[in-house]
Design a protein around this ligand. Structure first.
Ligand code: FAD
Length: 387
């Protein structure tokens, strides 16, 4: 596997073990059928508990049976999952960074004990409801609201583009609490079998097909007052979760690009045209050289981010830079790899076009490329250009 500047040499034993376990799991249990799942628009749901047994959900958190692995180990895990398919990494990202993280960081002791072990083992599935039909890049405009009635909250609103909502047991729903002064955004843990909750699946995706995406409709849904995450108020709640998930995406995108590179390199050395392998043509070598360089620089960025995160110096803007750069890199390089495979490149027999289509989602979700550009612009100039 491409590791041009020997980053492997600095990995600890635990980090190598996590990477190898994920690589083996994916090779044996997911890769053989992922093209079929992609075509069918299904996710291999049977692997959800298997991934839990292997500790793939929020392994960088501690307590409640979670292993508290290093941020590098966590990143390597995301890299291996996305080298298979972005849908697989999305499953682990949502469950770990967008559902378990907020419960771990902001939940009550009862909420943590109720949900973290089950989510960690993949016995329960969670989803993260932030985006609404009219509010994507600007989630603070959200219309979903909660109102206190006695010792309960009543929730109304609708969320869309929610990964895993149709198969979730619990949704972290972000809503404005109209009973409190200034209607702050609060996080609510909503079991999806409550009256008034519906989670229709979105079927017509041409990207991230091996992932289940849906809506969450909330019509007079009653939850007890202890369903609110007590430890956070305001947009800091959802945004801090997104920083965790985007960190994993920045690593994951490198995995997808690496898989494209490996596929293109193998293909070029095996495919003969004009009396020999196409890898002997300078035009093809130029593509491989550029791909390897782009992947290597992206790898360096996420390894640095892991160090910053480990010592508590990681800023959301660092993550914006890495998410923005690495996903664009993977999107561009997947297309080059597809091109190198000629006609075969447009089939599900080879991964580049699947990765390429997946990257359209990854480029858009968790803050679009444009929005991360604006985050960096504001950080670099002190002037916000969002409005
Ligand atoms: C497959 C999939 C899974 C997803 N999973 C989840 C999930 O689990 N939970 C969840 O809450 N959300 C999820 N999302 C939603 C995702 O985060 C949003 O799609 C994303 O935030 C963009 O919002 P939007 O689609 O409404 O686009 P819009 O915000 O309408 O943006 C449209 C275009 O306008 C641009 N734009 C917007 N504002 C500006 C600006 N100020 N300056 C310049 N350009 C701008 C954008 O960059 C984009 O190109 C998912 C999306 C997809 C596709």
């Amino acid at each position: 596997m491409l590791d041009y500047v020997d980053l492997e040499a600095d990995l600890g034993q635990e980090e190598r073990m996590v990477r190898d376990t994920a690589r083996e799991f994916v090779e044996e249990h997911v890769k053989p059928d992922i093209g079929d799942h992609y075509e069918a628009g299904t996710f291999p749901e049977e692997i959800i508990p298997e991934m839990g047994e292997l500790g793939f959900y929020a392994p960088n958190l501690d307590g409640y049976g979670l292993p508290n692995l290093s941020e590098t180990a966590y990143g390597l895990l995301m890299q291996e999952l996305e080298a298979c398919d972005s849908g697989l990494r999305s499953m682990a990202s949502v469950q770990g960074a967008l559902v378990m993280y907020p419960i771990h960081a902001y939940g009550s002791e009862e909420q943590k004990e109720r949900w973290l072990p089950d989510l960690g083992e993949g016995k329960a599935v969670g989803c993260f409801g932030l985006t609404e039909p009219e509010h994507g890049s600007n989630p603070s405009g959200m219309e979903t609201y909660a109102e206190k009635e006695g010792d309960e909250y009543v929730l109304n609103g609708s969320k869309t583009w929610i990964t895993n909502s149709p198969i979730s047991d619990v949704a972290v729903v972000w809503a404005r609490d109209r009973s409190a002064e200034d209607s702050p955004v609060r996080g609510f843990l909503v079991e999806t079998d409550r009256d008034g909750v519906t989670t229709n699946q979105i079927h017509d995706k041409l990207s991230l097909r091996a992932s289940i995406t849906g809506e969450i409709s909330l019509q007079n849904v009653t939850v007890p007052e202890d369903a609110v995450l007590p430890g956070v108020e305001g947009m800091k709640g959802p945004l801090s979760c997104l920083t965790q998930a985007r960190y994993g995406i920045a690593w994951g995108a490198v995995g997808a690009a690496r898989d494209c590179f490996e596929t293109a390199r193998d293909y070029a050395t095996e495919r003969d045209q004009f009396g020999g392998p196409i890898a002997r043509f300078q035009l093809q070598q130029d593509k491989l050289a550029e791909m390897a360089t782009q992947i290597t620089t992206s790898q360096l960025l996420v390894h640095r981010l892991a160090d910053l995160k480990e010592r508590g110096d990681l800023r959301p803007q660092h993550v914006s830079m890495a998410k923005r750069n690495n996903v664009r890199m993977a999107r561009d390089q997947a297309r080059v790899a597809r091109e190198m495979l000629g006609g075969n490149g447009i089939t599900t027999d080879y991964p580049p076009m699947r990765h390429m289509a997946n990257m359209e989602t990854v480029y858009t979700y968790e803050g679009t490329h444009d929005i991360h550009t604006l985050v960096l612009g504001q950080d670099l100039t002190g002037i916000a250009a969002f409005e």
